[in-house]
Design a protein around this ligand. Sequence first.
Ligand code: ARG
Length: 462
Amino acid sequence: MSKKLYGTVFAKKNTKEVEDFVASIDVDYKLLGYDILGSIAHAKMLGERKIISKKDSQSLVKGLKNILKKMESGKISMTSEGVEDVHTYVNLLLNKEVSKKVADKLHTARSRNDQVVLDTRMYCLDAVQEVALKIIDLQKAILKQAEKNISVIMPVYTHLQPAQAILASHLFCAYVETLQKDKLRMMHAVSNTDEMPLGSCAARGTTLEIDRNFVAKELGFSKVSSNSIESVSSRDYILEILSAINILAINLSRIAEDLIIYSTYEFSFIEIDEAYLTGSSMMPNKRNADTLELVRGFASKALGALTQVSGLLKGLPHAYNRDMQFDKEALFESLEGIIACLKIIEGVFNSLKFNKKKLEIYLAENDFIFATDLAEYLVKKGVSYRDAHDITGKMIRFCLDKKLMIKDISDTELKKICKYFNKKVLDKLTDASSSVKAVKSEGGTSPVSVKKQIGHWRKVLK
Ligand code: ARG
């Protein structure tokens, strides 16, 4: 039987059941590279500060670099039976590279409590960077479609009822705008992650004369954490990232939902490329947008992760508690999941097609969505908006009763409804492209405004 881990003090060994229960290697193996890099910086610092000899420091660095090389070429198993966690694993691997006497010196002025925070922070900094890059790729894919379909007109829905005519590119610019805010939120969320915790040790620091700034510099952190207790206690940086992912995932799920709805047979405004559709085990006719449904569904996992880690931390006393081991699974799943969602939805946008014919037919056959255009036309004639709303409302009621479209109302009927209406006026007001062109407000759906937005994003995303 192997010796109990860090167990000189104990008279009893742990059972296999207990060892398995406390182990986290199956999750935290993902931190292996970061643990090695952190260890290299730490070993260098111990040598610089003469806490260990230069020679031992150099041997440690060489051994650790060897492990890193082996890891990068896939020569190291990412699971190890009987190893508790990634930190212990690196120690075990190091013992195969250098003598036990030297290997044992690495864990000077260091605790797994500060080590795990270092590794996780490094992981987060890289992963969030990737999230930001993937958001940019997605924004570019959406923008390309907006440019390509600059003049496509579609209905906008409020309460999922047809509302008004818009440029489809206007809606796509809304997605780009949303994602820009998500990207900034992600970057803001990670700004507190850039703090080097090593040297906080178990909780209060160390009596050894370490150089924390040296380690921070080696690892590319912009500063060292300023309170050792806060540093090993806090998982706020994880909550901040999970919160930002949660909002991003909600936004992606809403974009996915739009695409799902607009691509249904009943709408058929857009076509999702077959590469992103899947079939049914029973119904040979099915062409399901499962990819987008999973993006939509992922938002619940992201919320679950945020809730899980929030619940985990609530009420924990300060400094390290083992409960915190459960923060990583939720964090890794969220970060990996959101990156996967971003890639998939980018592919969907890249290959998406508008069904322009269908949209033209829709707009020609459903002219109630121009009702606001009519009401605002009356305002321009001096009618109050309340009266204009009433007049147009009555007109729509008349159409509903007679089963007519607005453009079918005769001139005689029109005169009875309002003196400012006649067929010629209504033909223009119920023309989709005149309707969008007539929008004057900044940020609105007019081609001028949307082209301005596209130009802006083109510059921003360059
Ligand atoms: N596996 C632990 C975690 O993820 C690492 C830190 C363990 N520290 C300790 N004192 N047991 O939180």
